[in-house]
Design a protein around this ligand. Structure first.
Ligand code: PSU
Ligand code: MN
Length: 302
């Protein structure tokens, strides 16, 4: 069996003609936001990429077929489909072999983006090391260490152990760039008190780093961290109380494995009465715009 990728015709043309293409993940559609918000969010992220002059390519597995760029019908389908497998690296072959629908996580999306020749990927937050569970480390961190794709995000979710997550990125050799910040962002809030490896203020500087990383053939991802826009920030003191409650609930309900992150995100959203959702949507759209700008700057270098 040979690797087969189903490209949206627009994405295929864009890649062939050297336009900037931005990869987008699908787990946030199936496991991150409940319907009907999820479809609107996914559409708005794609539009944010377009508004900046780049082409969005949402990545998913549909009936076992790896799909790069979804039609609006496919996006609609995914947003309401049931039994969609959350696909990190370990899950990709399972979904393909069984002709299942799969939603790709940060790790899953990075792998497929690289196969497709897409260099930049925008998301909300990466997975990381879980609080109180040092062995529950998201496969996203491993993927960043071995797949040369640039991931634009708002840091790691505050439901995680951020200092440990930051340490693991360092150990694994992943450059962590602060986009217009000196501080590693904490997803819902702008600061974590942790460091970034380098602050940059323009998309051109990020493009230069991507090119240098490529020239050095390091085969490692790059993490570009962008703070949530100030107007939509959810202050960390306020967020922390609710996050602690969500973590306690997850423990009481014995939530384990790949269900942990979706459970916590959903619980935080419910407990905060939508306050987390507001920040989450704002940062997703902002990250999509920054990623598109980096993509365009990269094309100007070429
Ligand atoms: N951030 C969000 N919503 C999400 C996720 C991250 O705001 O749904 C998803 C991403 O797809 C990420 C995944 O890769 O959660 C991490 O899951 P785990 O901890 O099981 O690796
Ligand atoms: Mn996990």
């Amino acid at each position: 069996m040979k690797l087969k990728l189903n490209f949206h015709p627009e994405v295929k043309t864009a890649l062939e003609t050297g336009q900037a293409v931005i990869a987008l993940e699908s787990t946030l559609i199936t496991h991150g936001f409940p319907a009907p918000d999820n479809l609107k969010v996914a559409q708005d992220i794609e539009q944010a990429v377009r508004d900046m002059g780049a082409i969005p390519a949402t990545i998913a597995i549909l009936g076992g077929e790896i799909t790069v760029g979804l039609t609006s019908a496919q996006l609609n389908y995914l947003a309401t489909a049931e039994n969609v497998r959350k696909c990190s690296r370990r899950d990709l072959a399972l979904a393909v072999a069984r002709h299942e629908d799969g939603a790709t996580t940060v790790a899953g999306t990075m792998i497929i983006a690289q196969w497709a020749g897409i260099e930049i990927f925008a998301t909300g937050g990466i997975g990381g090391v879980h609080q109180g569970q040092p062995f529950d480390e998201s496969a996203d961190l491993m993927e960043l260490a071995q797949t040369p794709v640039t991931v634009v995000c708002a840091g790691a979710k505050a439901i995680l152990d951020l200092p440990s997550t930051r340490e693991v990125l360092e150990t694994r050799g992943v450059p962590v760039i602060g986009y217009q910040t000196d501080d590693f962002p904490a997803f819902y809030s702008r600061r974590s008190g942790l460091f970034v490896d380098l602050r940059v203020d323009t998309p051109q500087e990020v493009a230069n780093i991507i090119r240098a990383q490529h020239a050095l053939n390091l085969q490692t991802g790059i993490l570009v961290t962008v703070p949530v826009p100030a107007a939509d920030e959810w202050p960390s003191e306020e967020a922390q109380l609710i996050i602690d409650q969500a973590l306690a609930d997850a423990e009481a309900e014995h939530i384990t494995g790949k269900a942990v992150t979706p459970y916590l995100l959903n619980r935080v959203s419910t407990l905060s009465d939508g306050r987390s959702k507001k920040a989450n949507i704002a940062l997703l759209l902002n990250n999509a715009r920054v990623a598109a700008q980096i993509g365009l700057a990269l094309k100007q270098l070429a």
